[in-house]
Design a binder for this molecule. Structure first.
Ligand code: MN9
Length: 267
């Protein structure tokens, strides 16, 4: 709840992606996922922040149930990770997406993150997924900028949201519509300034801001990004809890590292 409030009140983000990797979604049970969706919606009510609910799971029954659940809660957009682990073929993946949106009127953004799922979608794969008009875009967490350029060129009307915070500037150069990222939880101000500089044509400033963000992101990654984001939140007075097993609990070294990051970048 406090993290959602911080993102609305302090970060003033345009939107929140609820139930993503950083939300440790793939370690949660269905009831817990539902509770997270309820809490985010509850806090967001009355603000004009956009919410996207990530409902995807290799358990298609669960994904469909969650899609229905969040639609009834009032979410306008859902997202689903590509189904992972079983090396599903593309027909199976296409069926998965068509099924998730079939019984809801919510629009869907594909969550593509090949490094963690092992599922790499081709340009033609995207074209087939996008034939379904309820599938309106992709959260693109991928360092393949050739594919990103081809996607933007071929689908000018689809929503492309960049997912690697450390590559925001090259993604902006390829005309993405926005970005979703873990580090925006604590680094929203700088990321928004970078986008504004890019849009104003001040590439030197945008690049400088990306350098500064990447110093922070590198330190976060080296200290364990999920635990450290939570620990920095704690330093900011936001009760963010701790990472769930099987992720390791923060050791004294990790805690000291997070404190150093807080002091270096946020004081
Ligand atoms: O998709 C996030 N991906 C993961 C969003 O956490 C797997 C990113 O925001 C990264 O955490 C971030 C650092 O690599 O770019």
């Amino acid at each position: 709840r406090e993290m959602v409030r911080y993102n609305i009140d302090v970060n003033q983000l345009d939107g929140l992606y609820v139930g993503g990797s950083t939300g440790e979604n793939f370690m949660l049970g269905t009831a817990e996922k539902k509770r997270v969706f309820e809490i985010a919606m509850d806090e967001a009510k009355g603000s004009d922040i956009d919410l996207i609910a990530q409902v995807g799971s290799p358990n298609l029954h669960e994904a469909k149930e969650l899609a229905k659940f969040v639609t009834e809660l009032g979410y306008k957009t859902i997202s689903a990770v590509t189904p992972f682990y079983y090396n599903f073929n593309f027909d199976e993946i296409k069926h998965y997406y068509d099924e998730i949106v079939k019984d809801v009127d919510t629009k869907l953004v594909v969550y593509s993150i090949p490094a963690l799922t092992g599922v790499a979608l081709s340009l033609d794969n995207f074209a087939k997924l996008f034939e379904n008009e309820k599938i309106i875009g992709v959260k693109y967490t991928n360092a393949d900028f050739y594919l990103l350029e081809r996607l933007r060129e071929r689908f000018p009307d689809k929503l492309i949201l960049s997912g690697f915070d450390e590559m925001l500037l090259p993604a902006l150069a390829l005309d993405v519509d926005g970005a979703i990222g873990s580090t925006f939880n604590i680094n929203a101000k700088k990321a928004k300034a970078e986008i504004a500089a890019f849009e104003a044509g001040d590439i030197a400033k945008a690049r400088q801001l990306q350098h500064e963000s990447n110093d922070l992101i590198t330190d976060l990654l080296n200290n364990g990004i999920y635990a450290t984001l939570k620990l920095v939140f704690e330093e900011l007075g936001v009760h963010a809890g701790y990472t769930r097993e099987p992720m390791a609990k923060a050791t004294p070294e990790v805690k000291a590292g997070a404190k150093r990051i807080y002091e270096k970048y946020f004081k």
